[in-house]
Write a protein that binds this ligand. Structure first.
Ligand code: PMP
Length: 308
């Protein structure tokens, strides 16, 4: 669980945490009508500021999610950065942070007519230390729940409602003593975990499901593909069989929160020799270097936050 900050961006301003409230009889509560993003700000002690990773891509994805779900959201990257700047200065965190911009629907049951819609936007920021599992790796279970598809609850849309599907899978995995679930899609091919993309590495080739294989159009996934190519691997975006998880040299997860996390076991079978592998370690090093490049960001991934 994330610790509760003292303030939050809500309804156009930084406000005390307790003041950010909606009524129970709203679409966001009744039908999970909200779309959200999760992004990281990496603290640079030299510059005494955060650098946000792919802020523009996250805002664009949020805009697209809002468009599909007809949730009013009119902010641009600059607006979000302005809000984030105010909040970060108010909170004063001098460490890595995790940001959750969220657009939600208050009114407008099944209508796309703007005159009948009312929505809001909130954005909390949390301290976000590196997860322990990044070094040790995680043990995964292939879920008995299937990932929803583009024709049901489209994974491309980062909607709160989609996380009901992922919640069922995570609860099952946790109940069975695993760290994380890997869901298959309706075709029985590998999709993703409850919060990360899945890569398999075998004989110098890295493969991950294509975006149309029922996965989130993940931003870290795109970054990982870029870095894996630079590391000299052949990369493939294609349907991945369940059994490829069992015969892979390495399996790894990518995502904003889990960054690059090794999978050391799937369904009780050790991945490779059961320890994080060399490609995973190299990718971790490359990913951290890029995210922590600060003012020498050569990739154009980073947006500078205010001096704290
Ligand atoms: N899949 C799911 C279901 C997720 O919730 C996330 C986290 N947003 C990811 C993948 C990774 O996406 P990203 O790299 O954009 O954080």
């Amino acid at each position: 669980e994330l610790s509760q900050p003292r303030s939050i961006w809500f309804d156009g301003a930084v406000r005390p945490w307790a003041d950010a409230q909606v009524h129970v009889w709203t679409e966001t509560v009744l039908r999970a009508a909200s779309v959200f993003e999760g992004l990281r700000g990496y603290w640079s002690p030299d510059d005494e500021r955060h650098y946000f990773v792919h802020l523009d891509r996250h805002v664009r994805r949020l805009q697209r999610s809002a468009k599909v779900t007809r949730i009013p959201f009119r902010l641009e990257t600059d607006d979000v950065l302005k809000a984030l700047t105010e909040l970060v200065l108010d909170l004063g965190y001098r460490e890595d942070i995790y940001v959750r911009p969220t657009a939600y629907l208050e009114k407008g049951r099944y209508t796309a007519d703007a005159s009948g819609l009312a929505g809001g936007f909130f954005m909390p920021v949390f301290p976000s230390p590196r997860e322990r599992t990044i070094d040790a790796g995680v043990r995964c279970q292939v879920s008995s729940w299937r990932r929803s598809g583009d024709d049901t609850a489209p994974p491309r849309v980062k909607a709160a409602a989609n996380y009901y599907n992922l919640r069922l899978a995570r609860l099952e995995a946790e109940g069975n003593g695993f760290d994380e679930a890997i869901l298959l899609n309706a075709a029985g091919k590998v999709a993703e975990t409850g919060g990360a993309s899945v890569f398999v590495v075998r004989d110098g080739v890295a493969a991950t499901p294509a975006v149309s294989d029922s996965v989130l159009d993940s931003i870290t996934r795109a970054s990982a593909l870029e870095l894996l190519r630079e590391l000299g691997l052949q990369v493939e975006e294609r349907p991945v069989d369940r059994t490829e998880l069992y015969v892979a040299d390495e399996v790894l997860l990518t995502g904003t929160l889990c960054e690059i996390t090794p999978v050391v076991d799937v369904d009780g079978l050790p991945v490779g020799d059961g320890a994080p592998g060399p490609v995973t370690r190299q990718l971790q090093t490359a990913y951290y270097a890029a995210c922590r490049a600060g003012s020498s960001d050569a990739r154009g991934w980073l947006t500078e936050g205010p001096r704290v």
